[in-house]
Design a protein. Structure first.
Length: 171
């Protein structure tokens, strides 16, 4: 298969891969790098792909595995904090509440275990089926369904808990 044919098949999937990568790493540049690494790996190993297999599931599995490898390497090296990660002063426009809610959801996702977060993102955000998600993460479909249920429950509990003010009672 020529590179043009591969590009024609893969190109429509790039926006979804970017969304998933961003949800995993929460940084646009790192997400772009992760997607690029994923696509390089896919093109380089195209000959290993099963022709009857699901291309979308294969690409998401590559992306996930690259992310997990990077996490393992990061644990050995320690966390890098760049200037872009520094918090910004609060804004004054009317979208503060929406941004705060968005940050709460991202924090809730981050609080989930890697297994729960992955399943929730693939099914809930990327709209993959239980079966496609099961192929990507290498688990039975029933396990994917139960992890998804627990992930939703824990995210809901996290958001409900965050909605209550954390004030101490002073006597």
């Amino acid at each position: 298969m020529s590179e043009d044919e591969i590009a024609r098949l893969v190109e429509p999937m790039i926006p979804g891969l970017r969304r998933y990568a961003y949800a995993l790493v929460r940084d646009s540049a790192a997400a772009d790098d992760l997607v690029q690494d994923c696509l390089e790996r896919a093109v380089g190993r195209w000959h290993l792909r099963r022709s009857d297999g699901d291309l979308r599931a294969w690409l998401y599995a590559i992306l996930r595995n690259l992310h997990l490898s990077a996490l393992r390497q990061g644990r050995r090296r320690g966390e890098h904090v760049g200037l872009d990660d520094m918090t910004e002063p609060p804004g004054v426009d009317g979208g503060q509440m929406e941004r705060a809610e968005f940050r709460d959801v991202l924090s809730g996702l981050e609080a989930l275990s890697e297994e729960h977060r992955t399943v929730l993102l693939l099914v809930g955000v990327e709209d993959l089926s239980y079966e496609e998600t099961a192929k990507i993460v290498g688990l039975p479909t029933g396990t994917v369904m139960s992890r998804l249920s627990r992930a939703r429950e824990r995210l809901r509990a996290y958001l409900d808990q965050g909605a209550r003010p954390n004030l101490r009672r002073v006597k």
